[in-house]
Design a protein around this ligand. Structure first.
Ligand SMILES: [Ca+2]
Ligand SMILES: [Ca+2]
Ligand SMILES: [Ca+2]
Ligand SMILES: [Ca+2]
Length: 182
């Protein structure tokens, strides 16, 4: 139901744009606009919660993320080649995809191997406010813990660059496949 409402809104926006473009004598194909698939935070929650990722990272099985479980989830999410290290390429990609402005990952690399292991990541996290800001900002009910829905809504917000609460199918599939796919 939610998705239908948003699709209609999307379509109206598209028609508005068409009208605008028609003033410039540009032909408009409304059929195509109708078929734009949009994904919102409900879609992400449904997909994410049907995986076992949250329970895998919830090491004490209380269905909530502590800050350590939260941090670990990002290390494992960003380690897209699953070698338990974060390489430059993975960090660059995550920096872009998760809207980070931080680029001084090198200073976290205390072993000097140009990769971050879990210890370096955990220690580095404590030197800046990113994860604290996310954790506190996403905790909508203010209980100092993150439940799964708070977590997925927060992440969706990071992906949604223009803040319209929607991603195209292509954007969504790319994010989901890269970070949460098999
Ligand atoms: Ca937990
Ligand atoms: Ca890796
Ligand atoms: Ca290292
Ligand atoms: Ca909470």
């Amino acid at each position: 139901m939610m998705k239908t409402t948003k699709s209609n809104k999307w379509r109206k926006m598209g028609m508005g744009l068409c009208l605008f473009l028609m003033l410039g004598a540009v032909a408009c194909d409304d059929e195509e606009e109708d078929e734009v698939a949009v994904f919102d935070n409900d879609s992400f929650y449904e997909d994410f919660s049907s995986s076992n990722l949250f329970s895998g990272w919830d090491t004490d099985s209380d269905d909530l993320f502590s800050d350590d479980e939260f941090t670990t989830s990002f290390f494992e999410t960003w380690d897209t080649n699953d070698n338990d290290m974060l390489e430059d390429s993975e960090l660059s990609e995550a920096t872009a995809d998760f809207g980070l402005t931080m680029t001084d990952w090198d200073t976290w690399d205390t072993t000097g191997d140009s990769m971050l292991d879990m210890n370096e990541f955990m220690t580095g996290i404590e030197t800046n406010d990113y994860f604290t800001d996310w954790y506190e900002g996403w905790d909508m009910d203010g209980d100092n813990m993150l439940e799964e829905r708070e977590y997925t809504d927060g992440i969706f917000g990071l992906w949604d660059d223009d803040g319209d609460d929607k991603l195209t199918e292509e954007e969504y599939d790319d994010f989901y496949g890269t970070y949460y796919g098999d």
